[in-house]
Ligand binder design. Structure first.
Ligand SMILES: Nc1ncnc2c1ncn2[C@@H]1O[C@H](COP(=O)(O)OP(=O)(O)OP(=O)(O)O)[C@@H](O)[C@H]1O
Ligand SMILES: [Mg+2]
Length: 414
């Protein structure tokens, strides 16, 4: 677990917003800065912004890195049950996906009778509704109890600043927002991804309570999962160990989600309208600690933060990822070194080339090959003497080590 001193240090390098005009057209979501490249990719920069009650409330240290790593983890964990937009994770704050045509609904999956907002299932149930988004609900359920089975309860995507509305799939089909076939497909995919999430969480002492997915149509016509998946921003997690006891005692379950910040805000009398109270550093640090705890608990790995100035680091990473390193201009009469950086990708990372090699080998009759790991070679030229060039490249490469997809690297100078 990252110590508190480091989180306080991270307060000094917040990633509030980015501006990289050369990447393409920019769209600023509440949490992500998105760039659509001319060649059909979407670069999603997950910033440290925190949103609640549909408003941006400030930043939490390292939140963007935690969320990005967590989404990458889950896209990989679920890739055999649902295709996703993910192409690569070139930086701790960045994910590159295929640009999709978003489907006009948020696909919410709920497994428990809970929630506090106006669109939540508990709010509807407690006022007497026994049908929610087309699903019949039995009488006699108590708050925070499991539903008979996980259900898909779509909500509409509100325009910026607006609030979403829960509706049934049939209603969306009737409104012409989506075809019946596409909705059935979404429901099937969402339940499969959710089941995988619940299964994995159960092994780690967690309950995946509910979540929100976004799907889009990829250029090849397939429906794919996009945006983020099973992050504490889009999902509610409870601790399995204390769940039963707290339920019996009539207490709220112990949770990971951003309810911590929401509760602090509510205690200040803020529930979404009017001026936003300034969140004190102590609350920001504690909220961030919880995000990291969530990451570590969910993935079973230690979170390695990167405290480099994020904008510079991201610019450098994108330069590497999209264009490869271009030769720097010669300055004065210094010599130019050529270097190769051999990068090893982590075993658990989405590795389409490795998979392609494995399949290729199998089709050539090479049996028993599994787990092929394909690395990346970055070739670059850099000005300066050997020692300085090596030092510079290694320093830059070390920041890659905090990248959730990279395990190790080796610099070879020529
Ligand atoms: N592969 C993709 N293709 C197209 N759009 C995508 C893709 N992945 C994510 N998006 C969109 O990018 C945006 C991500 O930004 P972010 O998550 O901050 O937005 P948000 O606050 O959830 O929603 P809003 O866009 O309403 O502000 C979302 O609008 C999401 O729908
Ligand atoms: Mg989003």
């Amino acid at each position: 677990m990252v110590d508190e001193a480091l989180l306080r240090k991270a307060l000094r390098v917040p990633l509030e917003r980015t501006d990289f005009p050369s990447l393409g057209r920019k769209y600023e979501g509440k949490v992500r800065d998105c760039y659509t490249t001319p060649d059909g990719r979407r670069i999603l920069v997950t910033t440290d912004r925190i949103s609640a009650f549909d408003r941006v409330l400030g930043t939490l240290p390292l939140k963007g890195q935690v969320l990005n790593a967590m989404a990458a983890f889950w896209f990989d964990k679920t890739r055999d049950v649902c295709p996703s937009h993910l192409l690569s994770v070139p930086d701790p704050n960045v994910m590159i996906g295929v640009e999709c045509e978003p489907l006009p609904l948020e696909v919410v999956v709920r497994a428990y009778l809970t929630g506090v907002t106006s669109t939540s299932i508990w709010t509807a149930y407690s006022r007497g509704d026994r049908t929610f988004c087309g699903h019949a609900l039995p009488d006699g359920l108590k708050k925070n109890e499991p539903l008979p089975e996980p259900i898909v309860t779509p909500s509409t995507k509100a325009e910026k600043g607006g609030h979403d509305e829960s509706v049934s799939g049939a209603e969306l089909v009737a409104r012409g927002a989506i075809s019946e076939g596409d909705f059935d497909e979404l429901e099937r995919l969402a339940l499969a991804v959710f089941a995988r999430g619940q299964e994995h969480c159960a092994k780690n002492g967690l309950i995946l309570v509910d979540t929100k997915y976004e799907f889009g149509r990829a250029p090849d016509g397939r429906i794919v999962l996009m945006d983020e998946i099973h992050t504490p921003d889009s999902s509610r997690y409870w601790f399995a160990q204390s769940y039963e006891g707290r339920l019996r005692a009539g207490e709220e379950p112990e949770s990971f989600d951003k309810e911590y910040v929401r509760r602090w805000l509510a205690a200040q009398g803020f529930t979404g309208d009017g001026p936003i109270p300034t969140i004190p550093d102590d609350v920001r640090v504690e909220a961030s600690r919880r995000y990291i705890e969530a990451y570590e608990r969910v993935t079973g790995t230690t979170f390695v933060p990167n405290l480099d100035e994020p904008r510079e680091r991201i610019a450098a990473a994108l330069e590497r990822d999209t264009t490869g390193a271009s030769a720097p201009e010669k300055k004065g009469n210094r010599t130019t070194m050529r270097a190769r950086v051999y990068v090893t990708l982590k075993r658990e990372v989405l590795d389409p080339q490795g998979e392609a090699v494995r399949k290729g080998l199998a089709s050539l009759g090479v049996e028993g090959v599994k787990d092929v790991r394909v690395g990346k070679v970055i070739e670059l030229e850099i000005d300066g003497d050997e020692a300085t060039a090596r030092e510079k490249i290694e320093k830059a490469a070390r920041s890659l080590l905090a990248n959730p997809v990279i395990e190790d690297f080796e610099v070879v100078l020529k």
